[in-house]
Write a protein that binds this ligand. Structure first.
Ligand code: ZN
Length: 476
């Protein structure tokens, strides 16, 4: 399929035409001639950009969340509200089926356990996920159904009498084998991918630390869902591209957890091993302690081999102490941040986070001005998957209630936009609209200068992913 885009603004040049053939851009110039079979897209002077890359998302989690009940602080205020929502969902669901709730935070009704859930939904299995993604709480029926009640797995919490509390920490993979698969996961993923195409997203980096079997399952689900975007997948160490079921294999994902942090040498060894296998690392790094540990280990392990083109990454990087920014720069790190969280969770941060840490929370401008590149990922389903929310979050750093978190860390529109324009394997390098570049594009309704004044999803006129026109707004 070939597409001829007419009269677009491309990197500050107005009135350019762009031709796409197959999955690449074949021509960029003025007054290109129409060829038989070309589908014409009149840009009307709107900006044409490389399609947005979500540099950190959990695709299967997003699909599963679609059939889940959201019980986050934005949806429910207190225990009564939580109970009302869960009971309503229970009444609506077929008898005996599982309920899945997500997004919980203890500010709603404290730390939950199986007894609290039994009091709300006693007669069907329910599992409820903390919004951090590290904790599931199951009710008693759910524990029985999984056959896990006698488990001795680390993370399977018990009270002082040895009875299960229903809290399962870091047991996602294990739980996946014990609960029925979500019905129609592929259908949900297909619908979500089209919704995100309408926002201009043409590529995903799945940041789940997948094993070989998880990669195969993701690849099969993407195929069944007909997802038009390209997917770049992180995994556990000791995997090679041939294990990735045809997906492009990204960095080794390293999860840190305050409850059981690895030693510096252990973490450095893992980084060295990954580099020796030709892979960068992407270290989940939340809070000051994790940041200090990650940077110490990266410094001890050394940078990836010269000429490999690999760049190590810090994911989230909620706190980066100023004195460590120079270290991050000289290690060539890329920070993958979630500025939309400032809106979604900012009010809670302003209450919970140490005053000392508030000035360093989700740093953006200070990183960029220290020479540390910043890219954006949504971390959906734990945050909203809307790339425009990330742009606005970086620009205004405003919470739901309109307060500001760290005004000096704001980015301008163009700098914020760059966070979405990098290559999957080099989030720091913006893609360009050139001959032979991939045909992953987003066309905006207006020139960039106009869009910069009001960066909202409605700015998108059309989206092309891997050469296919996957979204076109109604009046184009
Ligand atoms: Zn994540």
């Amino acid at each position: 399929m070939s597409v001829l885009i007419r009269n677009a603004e491309v990197a500050d040049h107005t009135g350019l035409d762009v031709r796409i053939d197959g999955t690449t851009i074949t021509e960029v110039g003025r007054h290109l001639t129409w060829q038989r079979g070309d589908e014409v897209l009149d840009a009307g002077g709107g900006a044409l950009l490389p399609g947005f890359q979500d540099h950190h998302i959990h695709l299967l989690g997003v699909a599963a969340a679609r059939s889940s009940i959201n019980v986050g602080p934005r949806e429910v205020r207190d225990r009564a509200g939580l109970a009302r929502l869960l009971r309503q969902a229970s009444l609506a669901a077929p008898a005996g089926t599982w309920l899945r709730a997500v997004g919980y935070h203890e500010s709603v009704a404290g730390m939950l356990d199986r007894h609290v859930l039994d009091g709300i939904v006693p007669d069907r299995p329910i599992r409820l996920q903390h919004r951090s993604g590290v904790l599931w709480v199951l009710n008693s029926v759910a524990l029985e159904r999984t056959g896990l009640a006698g488990s001795v797995a680390a993370g399977f919490e018990r009270d002082e009498h040895g009875s299960p509390t229903g809290r399962l920490w870091h047991l996602d993979e294990w739980l996946r084998g014990a609960v029925p698969a979500e019905p129609d996961l592929a259908g949900a993923l297909g619908r979500i991918s089209i919704e995100l195409a309408a926002l201009g997203v043409t590529g995903f980096t799945d940041a789940t630390p997948m094993r070989e079997s998880d990669l195969a399952f993701l690849a099969a689900t993407l195929e069944a869902a007909g997802v038009p975007q390209s997917v770049y997948a992180m995994s556990q160490p000791k995997l090679s591209p041939s294990d990735a079921s045809g997906l492009a294999l990204g960095p080794v994902k390293v999860r840190l957890d305050d409850a059981g942090l690895p030693g510096l040498h252990e973490l450095a060894d893992l980084i060295r091993l990954s580099h020796s296998e030709g892979r960068a690392v992407a270290i989940h790094c939340v809070g000051r302690v994790q940041c200090i540990l990650a940077l110490g280990a990266l410094e001890s392990a050394g940078t990836p081999p010269k000429g490999s083109g690999l760049r190590d990454r810090l994911e989230h990087a909620t706190i980066v102490p100023h004195e460590l920014m120079e270290t991050a720069r000289h290690l060539g790190l890329v920070i993958v941040s979630q500025p939309q969280m400032l809106c979604e969770r900012g009010d809670r941060y302003l209450e919970d986070v140490d005053v000392d840490d508030l000035s360093a929370l989700y740093p953006l401008h200070s990183l960029v001005s220290s020479g540390v590149p910043v890219a954006f990922g949504s971390d959906a389903p734990y945050g909203a998957a809307d790339p425009w929310a990330a742009i606005r979050g970086a620009m205004n750093r405003q919470t739901d209630s309109g307060r500001t978190v760290g005004a000096t860390e704001r980015l301008g529109f163009h700098q914020a936009l760059r966070g979405l324009l990098g290559w999957p394997d080099r989030p720091d390098l913006p893609r360009q609209i050139d001959r032979d570049a991939p045909a992953d594009l987003v066309l905006l309704r207006e020139p960039l200068e106009e869009v910069s004044r009001c960066p909202v999803p409605e700015a998108v006129a059309a989206t092309i992913a891997r050469g296919h026109l996957v979204y076109r707004c109604a009046n184009r």
